[in-house]
Ligand binder design. Structure first.
Ligand SMILES: Cc1ncc(COP(=O)(O)O)c(C=O)c1O
Length: 451
């Protein structure tokens, strides 16, 4: 885990950064508690042991991905300045880096013109997108699927916008029959299309949603917080490919660089196709915006102070690994998807397990076969714990039984939802580690349910 090379690189970069401020007179920085920093940091390291090993390929549970070393280093480097991207006088360089990095993301979606910025994460980014949606269509309904991230309902509550959840089909995508019926009522302002659901990585049918927009005139917001970068992958299935190829036609997109974009936490992004929505943010601040007539990012963002370090990290990562189809970054995503397909195929061939539909991105959900759904749920929990004892960390999810319906065989459907196992294979290394993961899973299953 310890990447000693990074420390050397950071030192060199810090010396370069320092040289840029060499004209300033020396001063004695006051560092309260300076002589206790070493022991305090050692105590911090001790406390941090109480974590799952998110960086390791045997962590194959929740949506957690280690930041790229260049992101970690650029973030640390920028901390010595600690810029604030609210206003240009708080972070001139990092504001410019943010604008460039966000333009790179918008371009990945096919937008030359756009309005967008970074923020704390997917929830904050979706809040802004729905806040804009609510300003443009006050009192109209927000629709998102039952498998959409739970925060859409809560955000709508905060914004006091009516919200309805659209049921899903058997592949975890927004059900189009239900959607057609709901939008025909004429009271829908925005449909949220999830481009990769949190639980199963299902991609809503954007083509059909956009067709309905033509007829009914609602806004389409794409929640691509988790899935957004997969448009670069060359190995998507036909349905997902079609959806990602149409992303440029939606009104707003949320993507989380802190999920698949190799960034430390605290890096979400919202982009709007129409830069004109900037006028909705119009406000004045008596304390800032005086140093330049150029756009201050705080003028187009709901949050005030934001870490310029996050922008430096993202900018450096995109400079090193441009967001290009066929590039190194895209290959990483392709490897993740291959890992997921590999694990899904192994599970399908093994009679001890039941699978759901094949993964559209890099999330696999499965359950141990049993006489009933409730028994399978119990076994899922046992295997989860037995795998963890062997250092394989999976996740557990509660999903509708219909997702597994075609594969349940004689299993009695004695409850509507199934507590199953879930694995997000979002590290490219997972491609090489599926074999080992499979071995450990097999041992854990044998311990809990026999051969
Ligand atoms: C599809 C989707 N949207 C939104 C979010 C919320 O993002 P965050 O946790 O960064 O606030 C998530 C988180 O997993 C997600 O998967």
């Amino acid at each position: 885990m310890l990447d000693k090379e990074s420390l050397k690189i950071l030192r060199e970069a810090l010396e370069k950064l320092d040289a840029g401020f060499a004209v300033l007179p020396d001063y004695d920085a006051r560092v309260p508690g300076a002589n206790r920093v070493v022991e305090t940091l050692a105590a911090t390291a001790e406390r941090l042991h109480d974590n799952y090993p998110y960086f390791h390929p045997l962590y194959a549970g929740q949506m957690l991905k280690p930041p790229h070393p260049v992101a970690r280093l650029a973030y640390a480097l920028a901390q010595w300045i600690n810029p604030n991207n609210h206003a240009l006088d708080g972070g001139r360089a990092t504001s410019a880096m943010e604008k460039e990095a966000v333009a790179g993301i918008a371009e990945m979606f096919g937008w030359r013109e756009h309005l967008g910025h970074l923020c704390g994460g997917g929830t904050m980014a979706n809040l802004e997108a729905l806040w804009v949606a609510g300003q443009l269509a006050p009192e109209k309904k927000i629709l998102a699927s039952e498998q959409a991230h739970y925060t859409h309902g809560r955000i709508s509550g905060v914004l006091q916008l009516p919200f309805a959840a659209v049921p899903c089909d058997a592949r975890g995508r927004m059900d189009l029959v239900n959607l057609r019926e709901l939008v025909a009522r004429g009271d829908v302002g925005t449909v949220v299309a999830t481009m990769g659901t949190t639980a199963t990585g299902s991609v809503d049918s954007l083509a059909e949603i956009l067709e309905l927009r033509e007829k009914h005139g609602f806004r389409v917001h794409a929640d691509a917080a988790y899935g957004g970068y997969f448009g670069l992958a060359g190995n998507l299935g036909e349905d997902a490919r079609r959806g990602f190829d149409l992303l440029h036609r939606v009104d707003s997109i949320v993507i989380d660089p802190h999920k698949h974009g190799l960034q430390p936490y605290g890096c979400g992004c919202v982009v709007f196709r129409d830069p004109g929505v900037g006028k909705l943010y119009k406000h004045d601040s008596p304390y800032t915006y005086f140093s330049s007539k150029e756009l201050h990012l705080g003028e187009i963002s709901l949050e005030c102070s934001r870490p310029g370090a996050a922008a430096a990290a993202l900018w450096a990562t995109q400079k090193l690994l441009p967001l290009e189809k066929g590039g190194e970054f895209a290959r990483g995503l392709e490897d993740c998807r291959e890992a997921a397909l590999d694990l899904h195929r192994r599970l399908e061939r093994d009679s001890r397990f039941v699978t759901a539909f094949p993964p559209e991105l890099d999330i696999v959900v499965f359950a141990p076969r049993a006489s009933s759904v409730s028994e399978s749920a119990e076994r899922s929990r046992k295997i989860f714990a037995a795998a963890a004892r062997r250092n394989l960390h999976l996740a557990v999810a509660e999903l509708p039984v219909e997702f597994f319906a075609g594969n349940l065989g004689a299993m009695k459907k004695d409850q509507a939802s199934l507590t199953c196992l879930r694995s997000v294979l979002m590290k490219p290394e997972h491609k090489e580690w599926v074999g080992r993961i499979w071995e450990i899973l097999g041992e854990a299953a044998e311990e809990c349910i026999g051969k």
